[in-house]
Write a protein that binds this ligand. Structure first.
Ligand SMILES: C[S@@+](CC[C@H](N)C(=O)[O-])C[C@H]1O[C@@H](n2cnc3c(N)ncnc32)[C@H](O)[C@@H]1O
Length: 382
């Protein structure tokens, strides 16, 4: 129980990773036309802390937005850390926080300096009563009033709490909303998310996959990777953008230049597909199913390939059920498994495999390498 609680606490820490403006700008600059005349909702975003809100407020006129809505989640540890907005709000105390929303339908040059920027947003919020209002509930994206805001939105853009990622995406799909959101690349292998890739309802964004991003974290975080200008940052190497909107790279055809040979592309022993170690090595002349690394999804063009399944038990049916001894660093452990713990496997080849074998067939003594994290794909006829 204690371990479970600790795991949950660790997992929920990632719910408080705040996105840098530079990362948001780098991704969102690719969608300018998609925002024109649209209502954008940032529904996990304390407007005074969130760079998503800042980005859209600063670019409101440039993007030609119809409306910008941001909602703050009252239990968030950073809510109300910027109290200037509430100078006159005597009802609010640190232990009785209320969630609020900001809705903007226009931003003018209120200070007359010839530009519309965050100073104007600040003036707008201080002077126009309608822009800011309190929510009755706590700002949970699943609450009824937040769902009503979702219904009003055309595009949802945010970095949602990682621990609620499945639920968050399911809600976007349920309400048929376009979205551009940040998530962990591990989410690609969640059954529900993978299914959306298969149905072409989600794709990776423009930012290079798995390059990692630094997120700012609350000051009381003890583990962090750097401090800049007094702010703590955590680096997450497995981060990517997920979107329902078109992304050019997913319309590009991968240039396939390699030719199939049984030596270079061995078959799995428990599923009828060949193993391909890099997406760029996909053979141009193989028509059957192929197992490729998860990173393939960042290059996936639905006109070129069909996604068949995830290469794990439950997603595909394995064709044999061998009893095998588990090896650790190639050495027998005295522990046994049926079907390689539910992963794909192929015969161990000492001249090409860089890792020692993972399993040994109890009957024949044949050695096998297990192949993790594969997606089964097939080329479409062109
Ligand atoms: C990963 S942080 C990102 C914050 C902001 N979107 C950004 O990118 O900087 C997720 C935020 O969602 C808030 N949050 C957690 N659970 C939530 C919920 N159920 N509904 C809405 N927001 C929630 C967290 O407190 C946190 O502020």
């Amino acid at each position: 129980m204690a371990t479970k609680n600790m795991d949950a606490a660790k997992k929920n820490k990632a719910d408080e990773f705040y996105t840098q403006l530079s990362d948001i700008e780098a991704e969102l600059r690719h969608y300018k036309e998609q925002f024109y005349g649209k209502t954008v909702l940032c529904n996990c975003d304390d407007p005074y802390e969130s760079n998503f809100f800042k980005y859209f407020a600063m670019n409101f006129n440039h993007l030609g937005l119809k409306k910008l809505i941001a909602t703050c989640y009252a239990p968030s540890p950073i809510a109300y850390t910027q109290l200037s907005l509430f100078d006159d709000e005597k009802v609010i105390t640190a232990n009785k926080r209320k969630a609020y929303k900001i809705e903007i339908t226009q931003i003018g040059d209120y200070n007359g300096d010839g530009a519309t920027d965050l100073v104007d947003v600040d003036l707008l919020l201080k002077n126009k009563e309608n822009a800011l209002s309190f929510l009755n509930e706590d700002g949970d994206f699943r609450s009824e009033e937040c769902i009503n805001l979702l219904k009003e939105a055309d595009v949802v853009v945010t970095n949602p709490p990682f621990s609620l990622f499945r639920e968050y995406v399911a809600q976007l799909i349920e309400y048929n909303k376009n979205f551009i959101i940040i998530g962990n690349t591990n989410a690609l292998t969640y059954k529900e998310i993978f299914h959306l890739f298969k149905e072409n309802k989600i794709r990776t964004g423009n930012t290079k996959f798995n390059v990692g991003m630094y997120f700012s974290v609350p000051n009381d975080f003890e583990k962090y990777h750097k401090i800049e200008n007094g702010k703590k940052y955590v680096r997450v190497s497995t981060t990517c953008w997920f979107t329902s909107l078109p992304v050019n790279k997913h319309n590009e055809f991968l240039t396939l230049y390699k030719h199939y040979s049984p030596e270079e592309y061995p078959h799995y022993d428990n599923y009828n597909a060949i193993n391909v170690d890099k997406a760029t090595d996909i053979p141009c002349d193989y028509v059957g199913e192929m197992g490729v690394p998860i990173t393939f999804l960042d290059k996936y063009n639905p006109d070129q390939f069909e996604i068949v399944a995830l290469g794990i038990v439950g997603s595909i049916n394995f064709t044999c059920e061998k009893k095998m001894e588990i090896l650790k660093d190639g050495v027998p452990t005295g522990q046994y498994t049926i079907n390689a713990k539910g992963t794909l496997y192929k015969k161990y080849n000492p001249s090409t495999d860089t890792k020692p074998p993972a399993f040994r067939d109890c009957e024949t003594g044949t050695l096998y390498s297990s192949i993790y994290a594969r997606i089964i794909i097939r080329r479409k006829q062109q």
